[in-house]
Structures are given as structure tokens and as C-alpha cells.
Design a protein around this ligand. Structure first.
Ligand code: UTP
Length: 409
């Protein structure tokens, strides 16, 4: 794309504020901005015009049976043996989603570098590796680990792992890849600029992970290793069990092409996405999409019918991922605080949301699976997300749960 083509594209999409910036730049800076403009998928930016459309009325929602704790207790040995067998045979890989910006936590470094320690250092990345090393020790085999970063945090993330010698993990089993970016806009759909020659771009959500993995050529790496199951998990749950043998085994034995760790909701109105079936497919309904009637519905045993919330820990069949790789995931338009430069070139860091980012979400991949097994885990032992500065799902609440689990910090 040359300068005139960039101007034409911007004009066509009513982005005069960017044209003004582009025209004021020298050749080198202009080139950078033109490359960003060329990379924009305008259908993404324009999706805010269809924001209000709601297709939920044609949805048929049904319960999805979970493997519950009592079932897991009864079958623990069988599940674990099956999982260990798959891990030993090198069929299981893990993907750490660490491309997010952690805006709620307000760190200017990758979230995984957060030090949760009080009496000694204990970094979020470090504890995740410790959790995975438990499985390495149990199975006698390293699990290939793929870490997704973004343009914004890749260098810091890689440097952090190297500086800490991969926290004792064999670095030959660790590979990094960078996810794609999407532009951010104000409430009128105008592109924000983060500097005079750069649009405010941000990672395009965790749902882009498999496409980005393919772009980095790592699907071939997985294929050559004979990977059959991929465990995708979030960076911020410090108690996250990764490649959990029992979960792996239960998913394999169920014959499903997907497994999802879930926790029992603590109240009908808890703000968590729940597993169910929609139009015959496994699916996750967000709490704000759930009618009061469905949220309160009970089974014969008195438990909530839609009572299992997801914790962003999924197992996907590698073959199924390849099969759906070209299918488009829905786009989520999310209100966020977006730093930008104002007309006088001052960088503004807003205290409240000031526009939209565009994200694809991994949970939408579940709907593309033929079937999925929800696998119940105890929240106190496996769910301590660090999302906020204080209160719910914060460093404080995670520290409390680290204590419950006897982890020193
Ligand atoms: P969140 O939805 O909590 O987003 O991510 P976040 O960016 O970490 O935090 P906020 O919302 O800005 O405060 C859930 C998981 O998905 C990853 C995150 O790193 C985290 O592991 N993620 C999120 C990505 O890998 N890429 C993204 O573009 C977004």
C-alpha cells in the first residue's frame, strides 16, 4: 500500500483524524503508519455498527452433563493412568495464553512477571511452571509448552524466562509465538493513535491463538511431535493445573474432542460463563446472556441445572483444531480504557473506558467442537485468578488460596 492508497482507505472509512497525522509525517514514520493501515481488517472496525444485534432468541439452550467430583473420585486411578500414558507418549501439549494486557491489574510489564511473594520471590510464571513440573515429575516426560505473547509484551516475556532459566523447565520444550493485533476505536468508531506515527493497536483476544500458532509455523511443530491433545490455559490463574493427567484421561476416555475444566457456581447470579449446549453444540453462555429463569433452574438433586462455570482451561483435539482453523470466530466488541494521544500530542491514560477493542475469544472455539466434557474441579485448589488490584480475583484473594494450598511465598 502506498501513501495515496492509505489515504483513500482512511477516507472511505471516515478516519480523517488519521489522514491529518499521516500527512504531517516524514517518509520513514509515514511508512510505519501506512503498514498499520494496510493491516486493518475494516470489517472488524465497522462491526460496532452491528453491536446491538442480538441473535439469542433463536438459541435452544440445554444442560450439558459434567464429569463431577464424585465421578472423578470414583475413577481417579483409571483417568490418571490414561492421562499419564498419553503424556508419556508425547501426545499432550500446553499453550499458555499470555498475550493479554492485564489492564485491570494496571501493570506495565507482562502479567506473568507479577511477583506474588511476600517472604520470597514467587512470580506468576514461576508458579505456573512449578504446577507443570508436578506433571513432568509424575509422568517422567516434559510437556511441550507453547507461550503466546503479543507485540507489546513478547520481548519482556522471553527475556524474563531467560533471566530465570525457565524456572527449571527444559527450555528445549518451550516455544514462544506472537499473536495478531487489532485496532482500537472511540465510541464513534474513530481509530485512536497511541503516538504520532502509530495507531493504538492491541492484541486481538485469546481466541486468535490457533491462527497465530499456525502463522508462526508451530502447528507443523505440533504435528511432527505427534501431539493429539492441546491444553490451553490462562496466565492469571496461579493455581492452574496444566496437562492434569486425570483431566487428560477423562477427556480421552469420554471420546469427546474437547474438555473444559469447570467449577461449581457459588450462586445463581455469579458472574461467570457457564457450560451448556446451544443448538446441540457444546457452548458457554456468559452470565449477562443468561435469563434469570435459566440461571435459577435446578436439577432433581437440587443443584443448579446450569451450575458449572468455566475457568479458561480447555483441552482440544489437535485434529479438530486443524479442521476448524479456517472457520471465523465471532468478534467481541469490548469497552476498555485505551491510552491515546490527544490533538496536542499528549498521551492520555484514561481512568474509565473510552472506547472499544475487538477480541476473539477461545470460548467460542468450544462451540465449534462436536462435543465437550465439562470436568469439575474444586475452586479452592484450582482457581485463583489474579485479574484485579484488590477484592475479588485479586492478588490478595490469590494469596489467601496459595496459603490454603500450602504454597510458600
Ligand atoms: P483476560 O480476558 O483476563 O484479559 O485474559 P487480560 O488482557 O489478561 O486482562 P484485562 O481484561 O485487560 O484486565 C484471559 C487470558 O487470555 C489471555 C490473557 O493473557 C489471559 O491469560 N489473552 C487475553 C491473550 O492471550 N490475548 C489477548 O488478546 C487477550
Amino acid at each position: 500500500m502506498n501513501k495515496q492508497e492509505a489515504i483513500n482507505a482512511l477516507k472511505e472509512h471516515n478516519q480523517e483524524q488519521v489522514i491529518k497525522r499521516l500527512e504531517a509525517l516524514d517518509e520513514v514514520s509515514a511508512k510505519k503508519l501506512i503498514a498499520q493501515v494496510a493491516s486493518i481488517d475494516w470489517s472488524v472496525v465497522e462491526s460496532i455498527n452491528h453491536k446491538a444485534e442480538d441473535n439469542s432468541s433463536d438459541r435452544k439452550v440445554e444442560p450439558l452433563e459434567a464429569v463431577e467430583i464424585k465421578d472423578i473420585k470414583a475413577n481417579k486411578d483409571k483417568y490418571t493412568a490414561k492421562g499419564i500414558e498419553a503424556i508419556k507418549a508425547g501426545k499432550v501439549a500446553a499453550v499458555l495464553l499470555a498475550g493479554g494486557q492485564g489492564t485491570r491489574l494496571g501493570l506495565d510489564k507482562p502479567k506473568g512477571t507479577l511477583n506474588v511473594g511476600i517472604n520470597k520471590d514467587l512470580f506468576l510464571f514461576e508458579q505456573l511452571i512449578n504446577n507443570l513440573l508436578d506433571v513432568v515429575n509424575q509422568s517422567g516426560a516434559y510437556v511441550p509448552l507453547y507461550i503466546m505473547t503479543s507485540d507489546k509484551n513478547n520481548n519482556d516475556t522471553v527475556a524474563f524466562f531467560e533471566e530465570h532459566n525457565f524456572f527449571g523447565y527444559d527450555k528445549d520444550y518451550v516455544k514462544f509465538f506472537i499473536q495478531s493485533m487489532a485496532p482500537s476505536v472511540d465510541y464513534n468508531g474513530k481509530l485512536y493513535m497511541e503516538s504520532t506515527d502509530s495507531l493504538a493497536m492491541s492484541p486481538n483476544g485469546n481466541g486468535g491463538w490457533f491462527t497465530s500458532l499456525i502463522d508462526a509455523g508451530l502447528d507443523k511443530d505440533m504435528e511432527s511431535k505427534g501431539i493429539e491433545l492441546v491444553n490451553v490455559f490462562a496466565v492469571d490463574n496461579i493455581l492452574q493445573r496444566i496437562a492434569d493427567p486425570s483431566f487428560v484421561g477423562a477427556t480421552i476416555l469420554s471420546g469427546a474432542d474437547c474438555g473444559s475444566k469447570v467449577v461449581r457456581k457459588c450462586a445463581p447470579d455469579e458472574k461467570v460463563g457457564v457450560m451448556c449446549k446451544v443448538n446441540g453444540h457444546p457452548s458457554i453462555i456468559e452470565y449477562y446472556e443468561m435469563s434469570e429463569e435459566l440461571a435459577n433452574m435446578r436439577r432433581e438433586d437440587g443443584e443448579l441445572t446450569y451450575g458449572f462455570g468455566v475457568i479458561l482451561n480447555y483441552l482440544f483435539s489437535f485434529n479438530k483444531l486443524v479442521e476448524i482453523a479456517n472457520r471465523k470466530l465471532p468478534l467481541h466488541i469490548v469497552e476498555k480504557k485505551i491510552p491515546y494521544i490527544d490533538e496536542n500530542d499528549n498521551l492520555v491514560k484514561p481512568e474509565t473506558p473510552n472506547g472499544y477493542k475487538f477480541e476473539k475469544l477461545v470460548l467460542d472455539m468450544v462451540e465449534m467442537m462436536d462435543n465437550c466434557v465439562p470436568y469439575e474441579v474444586e475452586r479452592n485448589y484450582e482457581f485463583a485468578p489474579i485479574k484485579n488490584k484488590t477484592g475479588k480475583d485479586s492478588l490478595e484473594s490469590a494469596r489467601e488460596l496459595l496459603k490454603v494450598n500450602g504454597i510458600e511465598f
